[in-house]
Structures are given as C-alpha cells and as structure tokens.
Write a protein that binds this ligand. Structure first.
Ligand SMILES: Nc1ncnc2c1ncn2[C@@H]1O[C@H](COP(=O)(O)OP(=O)(O)O)[C@@H](O)[C@H]1O
Ligand SMILES: [Mg+2]
Length: 454
C-alpha cells in the first residue's frame, strides 16, 4: 500500500495506539495523585477537614482500575507477552501485578482510616494522612516503572500482532484500558472527581452534601423492600425490609423456622420473589440469575456448609471460582486461601467429607471467598460447632470486614452475632420485628429475654 501525500498524518500503528491509551490512562491517574497531594496539603497544613465524598470517589476510581486490571487478564496479556519475550522482566512484572492486589487492600484500609478521620477530627488526621501519602508514593513508583521500563521494553519487543492481541481483548475481557463499557464507567467516575474538586485545585467546585458518615447517608449496597415469598400456598416472608450498607456487618437473628434461610435464598436468587424487590447497588435483581449474582459479588455460604464431600478440599476451593473462568489470578487466590486457612492447605488432598465440622465450615467460607464476594451471605456458620471454633469463625468474619467485604450474617447464636455487628435485625415468623445497631439490640429487653436467655 502506498502512502499518498494528502497532508493527513498516516494512520497510527496498533502499537502506538495501544501505548497512547496506556499513557493517557497513566496521565489521568497521575493527575489524580497530584490532586490527592493537594488535598493532603490542605488537610495537613491548612487543617481543612477532608472532603469525604471526593476522596471516596477517588478511591473508587483507583480501586476500580486496580481491580479491573487485576481480575481481568488483558493488562496481564501485556505482562504475559512481555514475560515470554523478556524473561529478565518477569520478576518486575510479578512485583507490579502484586502491586495491584496490595493496592486494592490498601485502598480498603484508606477508606477505614478516612472514616475514622471524619468521625474523630482532628485526632484521626495523622494516621489517615500518613497512610494516604505512602499510598500515593507507592502508586507513583508503580506508574514510573510501567512507563520507564515495561512500556519501553514492550515497544522494542512487541510486533504489531502482539499489540493487536492486546487491543483485541477489549470488552470481552472488560479491559480497563480498551474495553468500551469499562471506559464509560471510568468516565463517570472521572466526571465526578472533576465536578467535586474545588475550583482552587482546578476542578468545577460542585457542592454536595457535606457528610457521608451519618448513618442514613451511607452507601447502600443491598436493599430488600417489601419482600414477600412463599413455598407453594404458604407465605413465609411478609413484607420484609432490610438494608445493608457497604462495609457493614449486619446480623439477622431469629428462632428456627423464622425464615432466615429463606431470606438469604431470595437474595442469592435461589428462591423467587412474590412481591417487593431486592436491589443491589440500586439495581433490581429481579431478572438476574443466580450465577450472574455470584459474578456481581453476591455469594452465599449455605446453612450446614454443603461442601462437596466426595471432592478434595482443593477441588472444592476451585469450584468456588467457577464464575471467573480459569484466570491466572485463581491460582493466586487459592494460595491466599491456603494462607488464610492453613488447615485447608494441610488437608488439600483430603476429601471434604473427611474434614471435621469446623474444618468444613472453613472450607465453605474459603470456597465462597474464591468467588471474590462483595456481599457475603453467611447462613448460621457457627451451627453445631465447638466454642473454640465458633470464636475462630467470628474472628474470620471480622477480618473479612477489614478486607472490605460486606457481610450479612444469619445466626441463632444471637449474642456473638450481635456483638460483632454494626447493625442487626430480628426476624419472627417472617417479619422484621426489631432493628437497630448491634449494641442497641444487645441491650434490648425483648431481645435479651427471647434470644439471649437473660
Ligand atoms: N423447601 C421448603 N418447602 C416448604 N417449606 C419450607 C421450605 N423451606 C423452609 N420452609 C418453611 O419455611 C419457614 C422458614 O424456614 P427457614 O427459612 O428455613 O427458617 P430459618 O432459616 O429461620 O430456620 C419454616 O416454616 C419452614 O418450615
Ligand atoms: Mg435456616
């Protein structure tokens, strides 16, 4: 093909296109880090209370990006191709991919510290601002390495076909850089960041509700509204309203037969809704199938564990990741599960049926975690277990909350479930009869009498 001199620049090569996209995204991220530094300065030097909404949106943006990259193989395609062509790059690439994973955890920690900082201003400032400064520096280092080492090496070594492969993944892989749908999501977050950034920092200075930490303004993750469901002719849940905010542990207590398991099953899609609705992040789940709910992050650990008794521990864990396909991250998550539950590593070749009740409960939880839940539904995890193991299970639940997983905990063991809950509900014969913070419920006369045996 001959290039006619029309005065128009020649079409970009695929490599230039791809590199251009990556560099633009890095620039956007870099500008966000500059903004974070300005906000830090404002907070530390000018003693300004931070803008929680703006910071939260920035965290959403960074985390969204890291998650997309890490949970989808495309950026990894770039890494993988480079690893194949340049073995000496492998250690660096591994370190960078780990960075996405650690970054995700760090952002969750920042969210907690921000919350503490808002609630205990100005005492909470120092811890939050130090953590934020460290995070921003680490992310800058990461970007510098990608710009300074990864991209130049890829530029030298990749053929047009390699770049084609990277670009082609697009929407199929929800690629954070090239996927159309994902780009729209990022655009929306960028749009919010720019809108809420004060004018003196180059933003639009849009005003918004001052505080988000007030309980009623928390971000709602799940909401069940006027829910009615039946088995045949028998109505089991009557007009149930429940909401779960992002990052909370919400406990649901109630006697045997009250309808607790039924409620969990309507949330995970195993039990149909007769009337009312179940919303996840504001979207009605009515037409969303069970598997899709799992891939959106709603994952249930059923009552009585229900592990696959004739399969090995290892295979049970792998099955937890079935909605995610066989990505390299599944192997890493498996390793993390073994780190979290060392007993499962020790027993990984045993059949699940050979495990004790406590070990099976850990396996059931590990399997659920392999699906990378955002909302974990736990149905009576302590049932039938010895006190020492129960203590361990509740400790794990607390740890999961720290990792940013929102938890809906169904328990007959009311005292312990309410003690660790942010909020709780009491269900009696299919109706919510009491709701409040965990503390309120623990000191409620009726709850003490009926469920705590006091
Ligand atoms: N598959 C089913 N078919 C018919 N009735 C059921 C079924 N599962 C549960 N029930 C009935 O629905 C009510 C609520 O049960 P469930 O949700 O399991 O309560 P909980 O988990 O609080 O013990 C009970 O009366 C129970 O007998
Ligand atoms: Mg039950």
């Amino acid at each position: 093909m001959t290039q006619q001199n029309t005065g128009i620049a020649p079409a970009q090569s695929r490599g230039e296109q791809a590199i251009g996209t990556i560099v633009r995204e890095h620039q956007a991220l870099w500008r966000t880090l500059d903004l974070l530094d300005q906000l830090l300065h404002d907070m530390n030097i000018n003693q300004q209370r931070p803008d929680e909404k703006l910071l939260t949106t920035i965290f959403d943006y960074i985390q969204h990006f890291a998650r997309r990259v890490h949970s989808q193989p495309t950026e990894i395609v770039l890494y993988r191709l480079l690893g194949e062509k340049s073995p000496e790059s492998v250690p660096l690439l591994e370190k960078l991919s780990k960075g996405y994973e650690i970054g995700d955890v760090k952002v969750n920690e920042l969210r907690q510290l921000l919350k503490a900082c808002m609630e205990k201003w100005p005492e909470g400032r120092e811890q939050f601002s130090h953590a934020l400064a460290r995070f921003s520096e680490a992310l800058r280092k990461h970007i510098r390495k990608e710009e300074g080492v990864v991209i130049p090496r890829a530029r030298d070594l990749f053929s047009e076909g390699d770049w084609e492969q990277i670009i082609e993944a697009r929407d199929v892989e929800n690629d954070p850089l090239f996927g159309e749908r994902v780009r729209d999501e990022f655009r929306e977050l960028r749009h919010q960041i720019v809108s809420y950034t004060p004018e003196r920092f180059g933003g639009l200075g849009l005003k918004h509700e001052e505080r988000m930490t007030a309980p009623h303004e928390k971000e709602e993750l799940l909401s069940v509204k006027g829910l009615v469901t039946s088995y045949g002719q028998i109505e089991v849940l009557h007009d149930v309203d429940i909401k779960i905010n992002s990052g909370e542990i919400v406990s649901l207590v109630g006697a045997n037969g009250a309808g607790k398991s039924t409620l969990l099953m309507t949330i995970s899609g195993l039990q149909p809704v007769d009337r009312g609705s179940v919303l996840f992040e504001g979207k009605d789940l009515g037409k969303v199938g069970t598997d899709q709910r799992v891939s959106q992050g709603i994952v249930q650990v059923p009552e009585g564990r229900q592990v696959f008794k004739d399969l090995s521990v290892h295979d049970n864990l792998l099955l937890g990741a079935y909605t995610r396909g066989r990505t390299p991250e599944v192997a890493e998550d498996l390793e993390r599960m073994y780190g979290k539950f060392p007993i499962l590593r020790q027993k990984r070749h045993n059949l699940a049926g050979e495990l004790s009740g406590g070990q099976q409960q850990m396996l059931a939880m590990g399997r659920a975690l392999m699906a990378r839940p955002r909302l974990l539904l736990l149905d009576e995890p302590s049932m039938g277990l010895a006190p020492l193991i129960i203590e361990e299970i509740f400790n794990i639940v607390k740890e999961l909350k720290k990792e940013g997983i929102t938890i809906f905990l169904v328990e007959q063991n009311a005292s312990q479930a309410l003690a660790l809950a942010d909020r709780g509900y009491v269900l009696e014969t299919g109706r919510v009869v009491i709701e409040g913070t965990g503390k309120e419920l623990l000191s409620n006369e009726k709850v003490r009498e009926a469920y705590l045996g006091m």
